[in-house]
Design a protein around this ligand. Structure first.
Ligand code: NAI
Ligand SMILES: O=C(O)C(=O)[C@H](O)COP(=O)(O)O
Length: 382
């Protein structure tokens, strides 16, 4: 069996090597020629998988090691009886880590307390749902907007997007890109809604770039300049709007989900789906792929405020300023599109909050509940 795999899929040789010949190709270079003689194709989010790509191939399976599936024409695959799998939820915890560390960084920079803010979550699926759970456990008020869920489950606990715009200090977008239909998300945050955001509002987009009208956001930021944007996803990646990138308080190259843990979960989910499709045994477990974290534990004594302790633990695992600085540095050095992709291809090791055990001495015991709520493993020590 010949398996073409995006060069940015970790552990591909370990997982797919025992099943066949693994051919590594850069995600943006995978084309009809590359997959012509392939039996299986394993991608991430940057390869457009459509009829033109698969028409001349003998593919029997396509897997994307990502949550998002907007880059895959699933109908075209089904019409050719090509099996398909994605990896729902694989990097949801990483995105939540990203949101928390971004908001904590902004709170420090702008001098507000995150614990006193109201956060609106748009799209309350694997990512948004976990974000809500962590924020609420930390005592932070949340409002949820998810019309498809409200329709299926009843309105209770769900609000209209315009109500979130009226009531929230922070608006987090975690919607998939849905181009058509009643719940389409393209430009969900459009020019009208961007104009209606109250001064001081923070907008964070870690869903898909097209869910937000980037031009309208740029005009508001460069004109009134009275709101704050934290952006991980962009229209026209990798050749994103350099002016918007400069105006965003945190600008990162679509890496919110790029923890090692999340990527390995994605690879492993597709390994399982591929073996099932070809009737092969799946011998590898996720634990076989996961390395020990470089920082396994730290110990806190008294003397830190809750927000200081949260920031310290978050940054010990993941500091979003590193990714913001890298995007600015590499886009200046190599040009936007090349720099953007370079940051993603050479992404440094990042683990999830849950890999860190925070040991608390008695004087720090009041930090136990909020640190656990934020996602760390907490233990009391003498
Ligand atoms: N920045 C990054 O690195 C990453 C981005 N993503 C993006 O985040 C998206 C969400 O991920 P998950 O939560 O795991 O997906 P999910 O499928 O579990 O949840 C998506 C939620 O959005 C809701 N939704 C759909 N249309 C909506 C609308 N018009 N308004 C409000 N809510 C709507 C759905 O009902 C669903 O509950 C993915 O589709 C992907 O595009 C995912 C992982 C990493
Ligand atoms: O899972 C998703 O959906 C994402 O957006 C991925 O985290 C993006 O991963 P790459 O395609 O950038 O490797």
């Amino acid at each position: 069996m010949r398996i073409v795999v995006d060069a940015n899929v970790p552990a591909a040789e370990t997982c797919f090597g025992p099943l066949g010949e693994v051919v590594r190709v850069s995600g943006r270079e995978i084309d009809a020629d590359t997959v012509r003689d392939a039996d299986a194709l394993v991608v991430r989010s940057i390869t457009r998988v459509d009829e033109a790509l698969v028409a001349g191939s003998r593919l029997r399976f396509v897997g994307t090691c990502t949550i998002g599936t907007d880059h895959v024409d699933q109908a075209a695959l089904a019409a050719r009886d090509i099996g398909f799998a994605s990896a729902p939820g694989c990097n949801a915890e990483a995105v939540v880590d990203y949101v928390l560390t971004s908001l904590a960084t902004l709170a420090e920079r702008q001098g507000f307390s995150l614990l006193e803010r109201t956060v609106g979550i748009v799209g309350v699926g694997n990512v948004g749902g976990r974000l809500r759970a962590r924020l609420e456990a930390m005592g932070i008020a949340c409002l949820a907007c998810d019309p498809p869920r409200a329709e299926a489950e009843g309105d209770d606990g769900f609000h209209e997007l315009d109500a979130l715009i009226d009531a929230c200090d922070v608006l987090c977008l975690h919607t998939p890109l849905v181009r058509d239909g009643r719940h389409a998300t393209r430009h969900l945050l459009d020019a009208r809604r961007i104009a209606e955001l109250a001064p001081g509002t923070v907008v964070l987009n870690a869903g898909r770039g097209d869910c937000l009208d980037g031009q309208a956001l740029r005009s508001r930021l460069s004109g009134q300049g009275d709101i704050t944007a934290l952006l991980d996803v962009w229209e026209h990646e990798p050749g994103i709007d350099a002016a918007l990138c400069d105006l965003a308080a945190i600008a990162t190259p679509h890496i919110a989900g790029h923890s090692r843990d999340g990527k390995l979960r994605g690879t492993h989910a597709i390994y399982q789906a591929l073996t099932q499709r070809f009737g092969l045994p799946a011998r590898l477990t996720l634990a076989d792929l996961s390395p020990a974290p470089p920082l396994a534990s730290l110990t806190l004594d008294g003397g830190l405020s809750l927000e200081e302790a949260l920031r310290l633990c978050m940054r010990a695992v993941y500091d979003v300023r590193r990714d913001h600085d890298a995007l600015h540095r590499e886009s200046r050095r190599q040009g936007m599109a090349v720099g953007f992709d370079d940051c993603r291809a050479n992404y440094p090791l990042r683990r999830e909050f849950s890999t860190l055990a925070v040991e608390l001495r008695p004087a720090a015991e009041a930090l136990a509940a909020p640190l656990a709520a934020a996602g760390f493993r907490v233990a009391q020590v003498d």
